[in-house]
Design a protein around this ligand. Structure first.
Ligand SMILES: Nc1ncnc2c1ncn2[C@@H]1O[C@H](COP(=O)(O)OP(=O)(O)O)[C@@H](O)[C@H]1O
Ligand SMILES: CC(=O)OP(=O)(O)O
Ligand SMILES: [Mg+2]
Length: 408
């Protein structure tokens, strides 16, 4: 029997999301999430999709290693445990791959060491990704563990977009450049958008807006990324749930010199106490919309700042691409928040983009157009599926390797 299943692990700073997929048809067998790891009141939600009902569990999950072991136990209860001979590989989302990793990669000690070396530029993400890799390896040492990097899709950016205008020697010495993140999503969504338009990815230019807790925009020309809003770390660019996005770097010197803040305090301020939560106390767009509907001015201003930044990036990527065929909204906010889509596109009629309010209000699962039929630039909602994309890339790599070994 050829193993056909792939387990995908997406380890975040305080959560682990997972999916088990059968790659014969890409169907999901189980999925779930462990949240609030290390916070005392952690929660595991496990949904077996072929057998039984969803199960929920709250209690203390001390760290990511404990979280993965709990996930393995839940899967085992449905006969889908990590010891299954049907498991072909485990695919891991790894956020920072630097310049070295441009493709999905089978993980060995050297790869682990490189991911570890990149921790300073992805402090919220790479440590969790490493624990995921090490724990999964310990549980199934015989299985290929494949790292799929958030940065990989962006390695096609030209130097003009990837470099900061700072002293070249200093930048090179410290590998300071713009890497970009959420690449798996930008790749998947730009392709799915081309498909929605009935065209080949090579023939379309797309602006992808990935608006989740972390948020980023990208300009994709003919299937290749030419610019993206995140940089050396996932802090640059759009206003996010808890991250500031772009600020004048001199804000940091000012806070050190005049505000007496330490480097770590400023790091925490910009990564965790800024963005929507810093502006109005809430980072969930549903809550912000509810407050706006009740006339809350602070929530209104936070929303307006979020939209203003988003519009600036849309405008910038129009200019970078020259011709835009589609603007695609994705991730938690992009897929669900109709007012965000409406406000971000409002006023772009002269640039060929508009939103049809009735289409924008439709709630549906699949990719869909929300622009009027005669719009020059299609505006679309295209749900992302990072897990399916990671599983597909993982399975393709493992299949290639096993054919290489067996000489097929
Ligand atoms: N129905 C909804 N309406 C508006 N915003 C939503 C809705 N559902 C989710 N969101 C937003 O999506 C965010 C999570 O997006 P997601 O892509 O799951 O983020 P991440 O993968 O970074 O955890 C939430 O914080 C919330 O702001
Ligand atoms: C890179 C990044 O910002 O990821 P997330 O949105 O999952 O935090
Ligand atoms: Mg996400």
């Amino acid at each position: 029997m050829t193993p056909t299943r792939v387990l995908v692990l997406n380890s975040g700073s305080s959560s682990v999301k997972y999916q088990l997929l059968d790659m014969r048809d890409g169907s999901r067998l189980a999925m779930g999430i462990v949240e609030r790891i290390g916070e005392g009141s952690s929660r595991l939600r496990h949904t077996p999709l072929t057998t039984g009902e969803p199960r929920e569990w709250t209690g203390a999950v001390a760290d990511h290693e404990a979280a993965l072991k709990a996930v393995a136990e839940e899967l085992a209860k449905d006969g889908l445990g990590l010891d299954s001979p049907e498991l072909a590989a485990i695919g891991h989302r790894v956020v920072h791959g630097g310049q070295r990793f441009t493709e999905p990669t089978v993980v060995d000690d050297k790869v682990l060491a490189e991911i570890e070396r990149l921790i300073p530029v992805a402090p919220l993400h790479n440590p969790a990704n490493l624990v995921g890799l090490r724990t999964a390896r310990a549980l199934r040492p015989d299985l290929p563990q494949v790292a799929v990097f958030d940065t990989a899709f962006h390695t096609t950016m030209p130097e003009s977009a990837a470099r900061y205008a700072i002293d070249v020697e200093t930048a090179d010495q410290h590998r300071i450049r713009r890497y970009g993140f959420h690449g798996t999503s930008h790749a998947y969504v730009s392709r799915a958008t081309a498909k929605l338009l009935g065209r080949a990815p090579e023939d379309v230019n797309v602006i992808v807006l990935h608006l989740g807790n972390g948020a980023s925009a990208s300009a994709v020309r003919g299937g290749r990324c030419v610019d993206t809003s995140m940089g050396l770390t996932p802090l640059e660019g759009l206003v996010m749930g808890t991250r500031s996005g772009d600020v004048d770097p001199a804000v940091i010197f000012h806070l050190m010199r005049v505000g007496g803040m330490s480097t770590d305090e400023i790091d925490t301020l910009l990564n965790k106490r800024s963005g929507l939560v810093g502006l109005c106390g809430d980072n969930d767009m549903r809550e912000i919309r509810r407050r706006i509907d009740e006339g809350d001015e602070q929530a209104r201003l936070a929303f307006d700042i979020y939209i203003h930044r988003l519009k600036k990036y849309i405008g910038a990527y129009y200019a970078v691409l020259g011709t835009v065929d589609a603007i695609a909204f994705t991730a938690g906010v992009g897929e669900n928040a109709a007012p965000v889509r409406e406000a971000a596109i409002a006023g772009l009629e002269a640039l060929g983009a508009a939103v049809d309010p009735a289409l924008n209000a439709v709630r549906a699962d699949g990719p869909r157009l929300i622009s009027p039929a005669d719009a020059r630039v299609a505006v679309a909602v295209v749900p992302t599926d990072e897990e399916l994309e990671i599983a597909t890339q993982t399975y393709a790599l493992v299949g290639k390797n096993s054919r290489a070994i067996t000489g097929e």
